[in-house]
Design a protein around this ligand. Structure first.
Ligand code: HEC
Ligand code: HEC
Ligand code: HEC
Ligand code: HEC
Ligand code: HEC
Ligand code: HEC
Ligand code: HEC
Length: 225
């Protein structure tokens, strides 16, 4: 794990940033990255500098331009330590982070609270975070799909997936986690009390005119449209 580097600059610790960036520093102790420890010199505290690089030149110059790294919307700094995630954002279906249309900080606050949304200190629930950008999935719906209460991540991966639409599963397995199927002696496959034998060959549960309004429906209790 290597933080970004700044030529001729040394690590000075997060405390030193407080005098000029009070707002950001105030709540930083609640952030996931506040606990990071550096290796080597100045090993005690790498908090701010784990993403912004060593700050001695920046501090001495009173915050002169180009003395510190600002990751802005680029994921490159994050990938320095979270390299394993780069693969997730290259899967066939993914949030366009490498393409620059969505950024890590749209979903992870680097300065405050648990970086993973929905943590105790997060202001937004998982669903609200996703729904900020995906309003069509927000409802309210006349016929809600109770599955959504369990959160978007019941069915979607947040970074990327080999399955279309970043789904956790590509077929009816996704739905059968909660909806049990029951095989009868006469060869029927009952799901929700209805024989699905002629239906399951048509495609996924959410395609082929079956339950296409999988997030909720305004008109149909079986989530058909
Ligand atoms: C002596 C005051 C001072 C100290 C100490 C200081 N900064 Fe700054 N910093 C500034 C000023 C002034 C700016 C430029 C104006 C602004 O964006 O607020 C700045 C800008 C920045 C930026 C944005 C740079 C850009 O190019 O957009 C970052 C990131 C930053 N500081 C991080 C830090 C970190 C991390 C520390 C502690 C290691 C730190 N600063 C310590 C004064 C300071
Ligand atoms: C997990 C990585 C990470 C850590 C740790 C981190 N930052 Fe940042 N910081 C960022 C990113 C990413 C941005 C750009 C955010 C954006 O533009 O959406 C940023 C932006 C900034 C800025 C410039 C923009 C602004 O909001 O004024 C300052 C100043 C800053 N950080 C200071 C700090 C200080 C001080 C600390 C420690 C108390 C710190 N950062 C810790 C990732 C980090
Ligand atoms: C200097 C290395 C380093 C950098 C740079 C870095 N991280 Fe981390 N990050 C870590 C470590 C170490 C952990 C804790 C171990 C773990 O859970 O993998 C962590 C944990 C996290 C977590 C999980 C937190 C939790 O509460 O479970 C998220 C989310 C995260 N980082 C996002 C980011 C983002 C976004 C950036 C870029 C703005 C970034 N990181 C930059 C090292 C880094
Ligand atoms: C669309 C929102 C979104 C974006 C964009 C996003 N994440 Fe995440 N990330 C999440 C969610 C939600 C979780 C929690 C996953 C869980 O609980 O299963 C998570 C989990 C994590 C974790 C901890 C678990 C793990 O997989 O290691 C890290 C680290 C992380 N993200 C880093 C990043 C980095 C780095 C970026 C940018 C390159 C990024 N994320 C972009 C939503 C996002
Ligand atoms: C900052 C805005 C933003 C946030 C927050 C966000 N997304 Fe996205 N999402 C996007 C964008 C942009 C796309 C790509 C749309 C496109 O390519 O047409 C996308 C695409 C998707 C897709 C469709 C992928 C495909 O193959 O068509 C799914 C599913 C998705 N997001 C789920 C989620 C979930 C779940 C969350 C919460 C963990 C979330 N999104 C949070 C912006 C966001
Ligand atoms: C019960 C499982 C399930 C849950 C929970 C779920 N989704 Fe989906 N989502 C799907 C399926 C299945 C598709 C594929 C629909 C298709 O291809 O027609 C999909 C597609 C999407 C798409 C792509 C656009 C579209 O409508 O086809 C987005 C964006 C999306 N979901 C966002 C979300 C968000 C945000 C949440 C949480 C509020 C969420 N989903 C909860 C199953 C789910
Ligand atoms: C996290 C659990 C969960 C998952 C995953 C899930 N559902 Fe549901 N679903 C429910 C619950 C709970 C209800 C409401 C109780 C009931 O009718 O069984 C429901 C209701 C429904 C209904 C309405 C039944 C009626 O009353 O007519 C349909 C249709 C449905 N789900 C389809 C799907 C499809 C299609 C998928 C896969 C994309 C899916 N569900 C995935 C939990 C889930």
């Amino acid at each position: 794990m290597m933080p970004p580097q700044v030529a001729d600059s040394e690590f000075v610790g997060s405390e030193s940033c407080a005098q000029c960036h009070e707002g950001i520093t105030r709540d930083f102790h609640t952030a996931s990255h506040a606990l990071l420890q550096a290796k080597g010199r100045n090993a005690s505290d790498m908090g701010c500098e784990s993403c912004h690089g060593p700050g001695s030149k920046h501090n001495e110059s009173g915050g002169a331009a180009r003395t510190i790294i600002n990751p802005k919307k680029s994921p490159d700094v994050c990938f320095q330590c979270h390299l394993d995630l780069k693969g997730q954002f290259s899967l066939p279906s993914h949030h366009p982070v490498i393409e620059g249309k969505v950024s890590c900080t749209d979903c992870h606050n680097p300065h405050k609270g648990r970086a993973v949304p929905g943590g105790v200190q997060s202001l937004l629930s998982d669903n609200q975070q996703c729904q900020q950008c995906h309003q069509a999935q927000r409802g309210p719906f006349v016929f809600e799909h109770e599955a959504s209460r369990e959160g978007c991540l019941t069915c979607h991966r947040p970074h990327g997936s080999v399955n279309p639409r970043m789904l956790t599963e590509r077929n009816q397995t996704l739905c059968l986690k909660c909806h049990f199927q029951q095989q009868t002696a006469s060869g029927q496959i009952l799901i929700g009390g209805r024989d699905h034998v002629p239906l399951l060959s048509r495609g996924t549960c959410w395609s082929s005119g079956c339950h296409e309004a999988v997030h909720g429906s305004q008109v149909n209790s079986s989530l058909r449209f």
